[in-house]
Write a protein that binds this ligand. Structure first.
Ligand code: PLP
Length: 458
């Protein structure tokens, strides 16, 4: 198969996009206080803010939507989704939620008490915030290679097993109500986790009697990386690999907006019937009745179809090839990125590219603003805006190890010529990088500040 296989689909419907003038882009930035979340989508040419909920559904998904059953209780749509979840993930129980963070909220509502610690390779920001919102402590124990942007390793999302073991021994199991693992590791470059690592993480959690939940948003991309890169898996189907992965876990949180290629939806799945009972009680309070949760019946059907389509190997070869293509063009032009390319996104190493801008002045935010100004491209900072915090004991700011800008690739949306445009724009911005300035925050909320903070150019 070619390294960058062509799209295994053709385009049946188009959505026009346009590049507004540079002056208008500068004005739009000023109006939204340099927070790209505030922009009107119609003022963006190529939107790489997120791969979440931004994919194109297939004709099969749209057809499934038409047969959605909107019954309040016991809808056929629920049972179709149940069958797909059972076939792929193997968990006997699940509750549908409106998206991934609602599943995380229910998981945390059931388990997290003040002072509890939740280990993972790396928590995504909403998981991190859901744990903190209940006065728990999210703990990231990914291997050190994840912090070395150019270190070549096939599974840079792997948990550091020694760190996990000694963390549990040190903290004690009473304060660890469950443990997690994010596949692929979004906050650390979209890097996959090997099956060997998943197996060993599971053994450690089981040894200590700690329930093990997988953040499964990108289960299919992770499964395809295992097929491509892990010895012994090249002849297994991505479905078989997914089944093997989840057999090691006690449950999963899922944002279906990623690998199930839908615009809204998620679920929390589990093995334990008592936990299911508790999840239903939380669900009824916050989302809806257990057979629809936070969704319409038609959404459940689109997810059921999308979960299987997400595992299609021709599609996955094209998708991961598209990410690799953009990464390759950047590396060839000496743009620092996290290598090797992740699954759903290319991560620019803004800390390295803009080494003249310190953590406290947000090099990632400066770069993402420059990409919009130069080419109407929207990206997202994954660095100090998202993760820096003040340590309550020392009152010192704690900065993340990397200052990244993520270019997330929506599924089945943009073509290779769009990615050539993106690469050319980044190369132009990098050619005058000394001119870029940092920023100062002028407003921020207490949690998840990156969504709504205001900035001022320095
Ligand atoms: C790894 C990971 N976990 C959880 C979430 C949260 O999902 P949602 O946006 O559907 O709430 C995301 C979203 O980007 C994610 O990437």
């Amino acid at each position: 198969m070619a390294t960058h296989p062509p799209e295994p689909f053709r385009i049946k419907m188009i959505e026009p996009i346009r590049l507004i003038d540079r002056q208008d882009r500068a004005e739009a930035l000023r109006k939204v206080h340099y927070n790209l979340f505030g922009l009107r989508a119609e003022d963006i040419f190529i939107d790489l803010l997120t791969d979440s909920g931004t994919g194109s559904m297939s004709q099969h998904q749209w057809a499934a939507i038409m047969s959605g059953d909107e019954s309040y209780a016991g809808a056929r749509s629920f049972f179709r989704l149940q069958e797909a979840i059972h076939d792929i993930f193997g968990f006997p129980y699940f509750v549908p939620t409106h998206q991934g963070r609602a599943a995380e909220n229910i998981l945390c509502a059931i388990f997290v008490k003040p002072g509890d610690c939740i280990p993972s390779n790396m928590h995504f920001d909403t998981t991190d915030a859901n744990i903190r919102a209940r006065s728990g402590r999210p703990v990231n124990l990914v291997g050190e290679t994840a912090y070395d942007p150019t270190y070549q390793h096939p599974f840079k999302g792997n948990m550091d097993l020694d760190k996990l073991q000694s963390f549990i021994e040190q903290v004690g199991t009473e304060q660890i109500p469950f443990g997690m693992l994010t596949i692929t590791n979004n906050s650390g470059g979209g890097q996959p986790v090997s099956l060997d690592n998943i197996r060993k993480v599971s053994q450690i959690y089981r040894h200590f009697g700690i329930p093990f939940f997988i953040d499964a948003c990108r289960y299919a991309e992770n499964a395809f990386f295992i097929k491509q890169r892990e010895p012994g898996y090249s002849q297994k189907s991505t479905l078989e690999i997914a089944q093997e992965i989840f057999a090691f876990a006690d449950g999963a949180t899922m944002s279906a907006k990623k690998d199930a290629i839908v615009n809204i939806g998620g679920f929390l799945a589990m093995n334990d019937p008592d936990m299911y009972q508790k999840a239903c009680n939380e669900l009824i309070l916050r989302e809806g009745f257990p057979t629809y949760g936070g969704l319409a019946g038609r959404d459940l059907d689109a997810i059921a179809v999308g979960l299987r389509e997400g595992l299609d190997e021709q599609y996955l070869a094209y998708r991961l090839g598209q990410t690799a293509y953009l990464a390759q063009r950047l590396v060839e032009n000496d743009i620092p990125i996290i290598e090797p390319a992740g699954g759903h996104a290319v991560y620019l190493d803004a800390g390295n590219l803009l080494s003249h801008i310190p953590h406290s002045e947000f090099p990632g935010q400066a770069l993402s603003i420059a990409l919009y100004l130069e080419g109407g491209i929207r990206s997202i900072e994954i660095g100090s805006v998202m993760f820096a915090y003040k340590d309550s004991a020392s009152s010192k700011m704690i900065y993340p190890k990397m200052e990244l800008v993520r270019l997330a690739i929506p599924r089945r949306v943009y073509t290779q010529s769009h990615f050539d445009y993106v690469a050319d724009t980044i190369i132009r911005v990098a050619s005058h990088k000394e001119d870029l300035r940092g920023l100062r925050i002028t407003y921020q909320p207490a949690l998840l500040r990156h969504f709504t903070a205001h900035f001022e150019l320095l």
